[in-house]
Design a protein around this ligand. Structure first.
Ligand SMILES: Cc1cc2nc3c(=O)[nH]c(=O)nc-3n(C[C@H](O)[C@H](O)[C@H](O)COP(=O)(O)OP(=O)(O)OC[C@H]3O[C@@H](n4cnc5c(N)ncnc54)[C@H](O)[C@@H]3O)c2cc1C
Length: 449
């Protein structure tokens, strides 16, 4: 039986390996890092991640949910923090079933490694870094422990080696694809807010946001009652990371902008000094496949900014869609079909993720935005299955493609804008003054979803 080689043993590479092997395929995963079962997780990347419907379904198909479920912390909505310390909770969906789930990146990786290692047909090889393609177009691996290079060969290759993908660079150098990386222009830094006497210091079942217009701080809960905070700021300029030059500047900035968080973090300055500053970018690549020999999935094909919490969810959805196409592949062109089918969806979530940065750091504070948010949930209750808020389509409905969520969202936004038009004196209509007859007619005129 022929072997599929997977470059990268991150979320996408590991899940793909399990799904393929469960259908009887032989899979070999090459990961540049140490085996997480025997070493500490690497610091620096986001320490926890939000999982949503599109990620949960493929994890269920792969049989790993029983391992993961105890590690998930539900987040039912956003907790908004003012500069005066006041808070406001805004639910994500109709009820607690419409939640997203925080999970530690290292716990998730360890669970997937354990599940992959226990799946017959999967071989995991760590400390194997892909360094490009050889003259014959085969991936070359550097054994990081032995220090030697080798080209193991495989019938086909899947590149799941993340945003800086060596396979993507190799294929680009051979003229097989093009890509560009668009920097966001804002960087991030992660900080830890520990539990106090074992208890959480913020409301636990929420994604916390300190929206400040041009930038923001967020916090996601961890299973041990700590929170991972992420500060998003421009790298340069007066209000950027570069201006936070010493402990005094860091403390003063946090006390001015995020006073409630600052009060809970006596070790803020030392963490700020020690933790790395990460860059954020969107990768636009086309095509993702090289014949039926090689294919990019996950961040390697389409890294996005993290503001919709969908990068990993999209990578997991890639695995489910590709597995289906490979299972039913009468013409042997599954890689090409995957690339063609998924590209519009990846472009759509890339756009929505960028838009969501503006929403999280700024619009959430706007009364018109808040009115439209509650109106969209009310319209969904009146017209279930016909009007579904765009956020819900992306986060809770894995049967709706990202590209559909984007286009449908535009039509629905026109309805929301019409219904919340300012009155003659410039004020917003009161929530109980919405013209429901008009609203129902506008929704009824939408094409079927
Ligand atoms: C700050 C931040 C917050 C985020 N929050 C969320 C969130 O809440 N929800 C969400 O869904 N997504 C989130 N994401 C996105 C998410 O992290 C990625 O989309 C996801 O990790 C992609 O999985 P992947 O397997 O494709 O790539 P990666 O996770 O990057 O995994 C790639 C793997 O390949 C290995 N590798 C890399 N190069 C090589 C090589 N040359 N040879 C061999 N192996 C190699 C790496 O070591 C790694 O194990 C966030 C990202 C950031 C930066």
């Amino acid at each position: 039986m022929s072997t599929t080689g997977i470059l990268g043993g991150g979320p996408a590479g590991l899940l793909m390996a399990i799904l393929l092997a469960r259908r009887g395929e032989r899979v070999r995963v090459y990961e540049r890092r140490n085996d997480p079962r025997s070493s500490h997780a690497e610091a620096g990347r986001s320490i926890n991640l939000a999982l949503a419907a599109r990620g949960l379904r493929p994890l269920e198909l792969a049989g790993v949910m029983p391992r993961l479920e105890p590690l998930l912390v539900p987040m039912r909505g956003r907790m908004l923090h003012d500069t005066d310390g006041g808070t406001q909770f805004v639910a994500y969906g109709q009820d607690p079933r419409e939640s997203i789930y925080s999970i530690s990146r290292s716990d998730l990786t360890r669970c997937l490694v354990e599940a992959a290692a226990a799946t017959p047909g999967v071989t995991l090889q760590f400390n194997q870094r892909c360094i490009g393609l050889d003259a014959a177009g085969e991936p070359v691996l550097q054994d990081e422990l032995a220090g030697r290079e080798h080209a193991p060969g495989a019938a086909r290759w899947i590149g799941a080696d993340g945003a800086g993908s060596a396979l993507r660079h190799g294929l680009r150098d051979e003229g097989q694809l093009q890509f560009r990386e668009e920097a966001l222009g804002h960087d991030y830094k992660e900080l830890l807010l520990g539990a106090r006497d074992g208890r959480p210091q913020l409301a636990r079942e929420a994604l916390h946001i300190w929206p400040r217009g041009g930038y923001m701080l967020i916090a996601l809960p961890n299973a041990d009652n700590s929170f991972t905070l992420t500060l998003f700021l421009p790298p340069d300029g007066a209000g950027g990371f570069a201006s936070l030059t010493d402990d005094t500047a860091v403390r003063a900035f946090f006390e001015r902008e995020f006073p409630d968080a600052a009060a809970l973090m006596p070790d803020l300055e030392s963490q700020f000094r020690a933790h790395p500053q990460g860059r954020l970018a969107t990768v636009y690549c086309e095509p993702w496949h090289f014949g039926e020999r090689m294919l990019l999935i996950g961040d390697a094909a389409h890294a996005i900014v993290p503001f919709h919490g969908q990068g990993m969810n999209c990578a997991f959805e890639d695995c489910r869609v590709l597995d289906q196409l490979l299972a039913d592949d009468p013409h042997g062109d599954a890689f090409e079909r995957f690339s063609v089918l998924r590209k519009p969806d990846a472009d759509a979530i890339a756009q929505m993720a960028l838009e969501n940065y503006g929403e999280m750091r700024d619009s959430v504070r706007d009364p018109r935005f808040q009115l439209q948010k509650s109106l969209s949930l009310a319209l969904e209750r009146r017209h279930p299955g016909r009007f579904i808020p765009r956020y819900s389509m992306v986060m809770f409905h894995d049967g709706i493609r990202y590209s559909t969520a984007l286009s449908r969202g535009l039509l629905q936004q026109q309805i929301l804008d019409t219904l919340t038009q300012a009155r003659d004196d410039g004020s917003l209509p009161a929530p109980d003054a919405i013209d429901w007859t008009k609203a129902d007619a506008l929704v009824a005129a939408l094409p079927p979803l």
